[in-house]
Design a binder for this molecule. Structure first.
Ligand SMILES: [Zn+2]
Length: 411
């Protein structure tokens, strides 16, 4: 089983797994964000790519995406940001800090959607980041750190903008065709970037990146928590499993004289489920594919192959130990993909609470791996036109976003 990096990152974008969350203390401040303005901006952006049944289709590099970006660029200027489009096509709004050599704080999200997507995925974080910038500017809040609002391009089609900023976007990927029908290279030109200068986009001097994103699961809602802070991103462990048996006549070989590879595979599948659920935590394990040879009803299978997919916040060694236990001496495991979990920076003073949810976030790693802030969707869906979120949830989440950004900018 081969998987290229783009498919892999695309998979990440759709299904980052269970994440521990922390409870966030809400503080009263002398000034607040402008809730009416935020809601007007969210409604304004929803005009670009509106579907008759509700929701939006604003896939990257479409006309709706381009028009939506122009609208957002105007909002960034209104927020007194100095706006540029980087060579990858990301929109970047800057405000200097009083100590220019300090690393900048980045906040932002994306405004492109999947086809028939919702009005909030990416949008709440993008409009929230602009509102934070506008409120801080209007209140003349002095900043020590440089401050940047970033609207990443094409996050739903493979985290293209953020991976470019992380120096990961390859020349080969530029020729892949995006959902708009344009290649990534054509798309970047279409939105004002310059694919021949991608190497200039890579950033190394980033202090902290914080993203506000709706929850893509139902945990916050079911636990009656308004907002959570992501503590980490689950790793991915994917194995090819092979089991060898001995082929023989299915009609004449006695039951106690068989080496049935498919029966062993069935026991392995059962063991994966039992072992993954037998230890505390939010890890998940799935056998999603199986194949047996020779594949005839009257022959005992002598060969079975399965693929196992495990995601957990702990180190890969923990997953490996679980699968090795499941395999016992039945099966041979071969690792296909191992992506380590990312542990985000902890925020002081936050109470640990529930776990589990999914999101798509930029592909930052290492020094980029900093807290993400979440506002919940009030029902358990995302990436569809059924996305819903309550106004007070949006406003509270952005208010906390502002408080956190202000604290980091002034530290
Ligand atoms: Zn998103």
């Amino acid at each position: 089983m081969q998987i290229n990096r783009r498919d892999f990152n695309y998979g990440l974008a759709l299904s980052l797994g269970s994440l521990p969350l922390l409870r966030f203390p809400f503080q009263q401040q002398q000034f607040r964000i402008n809730s009416e303005r935020i809601m007007a901006h969210i409604r304004g952006l929803a005009e670009f790519g509106t579907n008759p049944q509700g929701g939006v289709s604003r896939v990257a590099y479409s006309d709706a995406d381009k028009q939506g970006r122009e609208y957002v660029l105007g909002l960034m200027k209104d927020a007194r940001l100095d706006v540029t489009i980087d060579a990858a096509g990301n929109l970047i709004g800057r405000r200097p800090g009083s100590v220019s050599k300090l690393p900048p704080l980045l906040i932002g999200s994306h405004i492109d959607t999947v086809p028939e997507g919702g009005n909030y995925d990416g949008v709440v974080g993008s409009m929230g980041a602009i509102e934070v910038a506008q409120t801080l500017a209007e209140k003349n809040v002095a900043l020590r750190h440089p401050f940047e609002v970033v609207i990443f391009q094409n996050e739903e089609g493979g985290l293209i903008g953020s991976r470019a900023m992380n120096g990961e976007l390859t020349e080969k990927e530029l020729d892949l065709v995006s959902r708009s029908g344009k290649t990534i290279r054509e798309g970047i030109k279409f939105i004002g970037g310059d694919p021949s200068k991608l190497s200039e986009v890579k950033r190394t001097q980033i202090g902290t990146y914080i993203e506000l994103h709706i929850e893509q699961g139902g945990t916050l809602d079911s636990e009656k928590i308004n907002i959570g802070v992501v503590e980490g991103i689950v790793g991915i462990n994917w194995w090819d499993v092979t089991i060898e048996g001995f082929a023989n006549h299915a009609g004449t070989t006695a039951m106690n004289n068989r080496q049935d590879a498919l029966l062993a595979a069935a026991r392995f599948i059962q063991a994966v489920n039992q072992i993954v659920t037998s230890v505390p935590g939010r890890q998940v394990g799935t056998v999603g594919r199986i194949n047996a040879l020779p594949g005839a009803p009257n022959v005992i299978p002598d060969f079975a192959q399965a693929e196992v997919f495990v995601r957990l916040i702990d180190h890969g060694e923990a997953a490996r130990a679980l699968m090795t236990e499941a395999a016992g001496d039945l099966a041979e495991l071969k690792e296909v993909i191992w992506v380590p979990a990312v542990h985000m920076k902890k925020l002081d003073g936050f109470e640990t609470c529930v776990v589990a949810y999914t999101t798509d976030i930029p592909a930052f790693e290492g020094a980029w791996g900093e807290p993400l802030l979440l506002g919940p969707g009030s029902i358990n869906v995302a990436h569809t036109d059924e996305e819903r979120i309550l106004k007070h949830e949006i406003i509270d989440a952005i208010e906390i976003y502002k408080q956190l950004a202000r604290k980091l900018l002034q530290t």
